[in-house]
Write a protein that binds this ligand. Structure first.
Ligand code: SF4
Length: 149
């Protein structure tokens, strides 16, 4: 089978105080069970309590992070455009920009490059294909999500 184009590596460096990938009204952050365990524990909450407080469900029942009612943006994005749970952020957030939907076609990748300054930054370094693959799989797992705890 042919390797995907990104297996030879892609240049990227996440830019501090950027927040562009989070600052998206109506953006959805899918969660894995691992995320739920990790994030709730970092807040000293039982998983069920955290799901009730900080999560909501999609129409088909998957758990996702809540968005602010005022602007539809993730509840964890601060005014300074930083993630307040960065060290424990969901694996789908950590996997950006290596989402299957971004890498799928030339067109979707061109669009992602326009949206994410880290892909054209001067300090970008080559991220190897195996690392990208781990993120692609993590994104896929999160998107499947979970409906029951
Ligand atoms: S959890 Fe953090 S990284 Fe993920 S969308 Fe929210 S603010 Fe951004």
């Amino acid at each position: 089978m042919r390797h995907p184009w990104w297996m030879s590596g892609v240049k990227f460096a996440c830019q501090s105080n950027c927040g562009k990938c989070c600052d998206e009204p109506g953006g959805i952050v899918y969660l894995s069970k691992h995320d739920a365990r990790r994030i709730s524990s970092s807040m000293g909450l039982a998983v069920e309590e955290w799901l009730e407080r900080d999560c909501q469900r999609t129409l088909d029942g998957r758990y996702i992070l809540k968005s602010r009612e005022t602007d539809g943006i993730c509840i964890y994005l601060s005014e300074q455009k930083t993630c307040q749970i960065y060290e424990n952020r969901p694996q789908q957030c950590a996997a950006y920009p290596w989402w299957g939907e971004n890498l799928a076609t030339d067109r979707s990748w061109r669009q992602t490059k326009q949206e994410c300054p880290g892909l054209t930054a001067e300090d970008a370094i080559t991220i190897d294909g195996n690392t990208i693959k781990i993120h692609v799989l993590a994104d896929r797992q999160s998107t499947k999500g979970f409906r029951k705890w």
